[in-house]
Design a binder for this molecule. Structure first.
Ligand code: GLN
Length: 483
């Protein structure tokens, strides 16, 4: 069961090959066997999962229920879950059972899914390797000495190893796409505003966006269908109808124009270039036309992001002060000591680094020089994409510069860590949808191909990904140790 896609598992449920309870129990057993090795789950919500399974079995017995009824999923531990610990990978929230469910959690529950548990992640989603988590690093199921990527590394590792058939992630600068690529699964970062951020713990509010992670584009379409939509409780949620993502999956790609930004290919690792070449050949057979395009300001995306994201994080994380909720230091002498020690002890090094950078960039004397300047660069990058989408329908490139790197390899050098998101960050700055699909292997480790679409172009991206997955089987590969 754990090698199947959500769509296949749903068919098995419908055909009564197994019940939802059996299915959920199977994944709970696998979590028991393998989580010690992978460290993908921070919390397992056994009772909640089995109760949802029983409810789904009742509905299925009556011939009711939708396409996700009775299917188990994992939630990144950034989404608030009522009465279940919501840690955000931080000591600061290690004692925080959220008082309510995030909109995404409610929507997926209403769709009939069973919540297996909460998935490990970089602390407050700051990282590219899952090594900043208070709960320790997650292992990459393809090579246990390597990182799974981050910040949604627990989600990616759990799906790749068959501990959950699908999961949620969040992507502020690449955190769905990069771990999906490193673990050989499919992940979608939707258009900013497509999926509600209510109850999704804030890192950088103008960039954060939740999305699905699963084996196939077909599965991502099912999940996104349930997750997307307007939410009055999120002021940046966009009130626009949600199309039927599954309906468009098989659309023809004949005559589709795909842009190849020269900046993505100029310094590309040769092995990665060969993987992309092979994928482009498949696409040509499907009738796609490629066109070289240019995103001249893309080189500024990493520096702009590392001003904007820390600035927003310094403001968002001001709420963790030891007064309201979360960690509080022992025996504070006075209010100032309470703030200082709570934050000093509750946050890890990367989070502190970002708060310091962000506070500096927003301070009166430097706001114009850094924050405002970065926002102007952000506009230039968005305009570059706008220009390119006048000539092409979709953009194709690598998701990451290399396959997964070793645990510990980049922890001493934050800049080299930041550069692992060089191909993903611009998409968040522009607010566009992007996705990563498995496209091959380098040194036995999976690598991904990135597709970027115009605003609210998720249906098109899923279609382009699905057609590729019908003629290739990279997304069906499973690491031997977890087969
Ligand atoms: N790796 C990037 C960062 O550390 C992106 C993280 C994310 O998308 N949440 O900020």
């Amino acid at each position: 069961m754990h090698t199947k896609t959500l769509a296949e598992l749903a068919a098995g449920l419908k055909a009564r090959e197994y019940s939802s309870r059996e299915l959920v129990q199977h994944f709970l057993d696998r979590i028991d066997w393998y989580n010690g090795t992978l460290n993908a789950f921070v919390t397992v919500s056994r009772e909640r999962a089995l109760a949802a399974a029983d409810a789904a079995d009742d509905r299925l017995a009556k011939g009711e229920g939708g396409p996700l009824s009775g299917l188990p999923i994992g939630q990144k531990d950034i989404f608030c879950t009522q009465d279940i610990k919501t840690s955000c990978g931080s000591r600061m929230l290690d004692n925080f059972p959220a008082p309510y469910d995030a909109t995404v959690v409610t929507k997926l529950q209403d769709a009939g899914t069973a919540l297996l548990g909460k998935l490990n992640m970089d602390e407050f989603a700051m990282g590219s390797s899952n090594e900043t988590s208070f709960y320790g690093p997650v292992k990459n199921p393809w090579d246990l000495d390597c990182v799974p990527g981050g910040s949604s590394g627990g989600s990616a590792a759990a799906v790749a190893a068959g501990l959950a058939p699908a999961a949620t992630g969040t992507d502020t600068g690449g955190s769905i796409r990069q771990p999906a690529a490193f673990c050989g699964i499919t992940g979608v970062k939707p258009t900013y505003g497509r999926v509600s951020r209510w109850g999704m713990i804030a890192f950088a509010s103008s960039l954060d966006q939740g999305g699905p992670m699963a084996r196939s584009a077909e599965d991502c379409a099912l999940l996104l269908q349930a997750m997307a939509g307007f939410d009055a409780r999120d002021s940046t949620s966009v009130d626009q109808p949600v199309p039927d993502y599954s309906a468009a999956l098989n659309d023809s790609l004949e005559g589709l124009r795909i842009g190849l930004p020269s900046e993505f290919f100029s310094d590309l690792d040769q092995r990665m270039a060969a993987v992309l070449d092979a994928a482009m050949n498949e696409y040509r057979k499907l009738g796609v036309e490629f066109k070289e395009v240019s995103l001249p300001n893309i080189g500024l995306s990493v520096p702009a992001y590392y001003v904007i994201a820390p600035s927003e994080c310094s403001s968002n994380l001001a709420r963790y002060d030891g007064v309201r909720y979360g960690y509080r230091c022992e025996d504070p002498r006075d209010l100032e000591d309470l703030y200082m020690r709570t934050r000093g002890e509750g946050f890890g090094a990367e989070v502190k680094r970002r708060i310091l950078i962000g506070t500096y960039a927003l301070s009166a004397g430097y706001y114009d020089a850094y924050y405002l300047k970065a926002q102007k660069v952000r506009r230039l990058i968005a305009d570059d994409f706008k220009q390119v989408f006048e000539d092409v329908d979709v953009i194709l490139g690598p998701t990451t510069p290399t396959p997964a790197f070793g645990i510990g390899e980049k922890t001493g050098d934050p800049i080299s860590m930041y550069l692992s998101d060089i191909y993903t960050i611009a998409v968040n700055l522009a607010g566009l949808p992007g996705m990563s699909i498995p496209a091959g292997f380098i040194d036995g480790k999976p690598v991904g191909l990135q597709l970027i679409g115009g605003y609210f172009g998720e249906a098109r991206l899923l279609n382009v990904a699905h057609r590729y997955q019908q003629v290739t089987d990279w997304h069906r590969k499973i690491p031997e140790a977890f087969a």
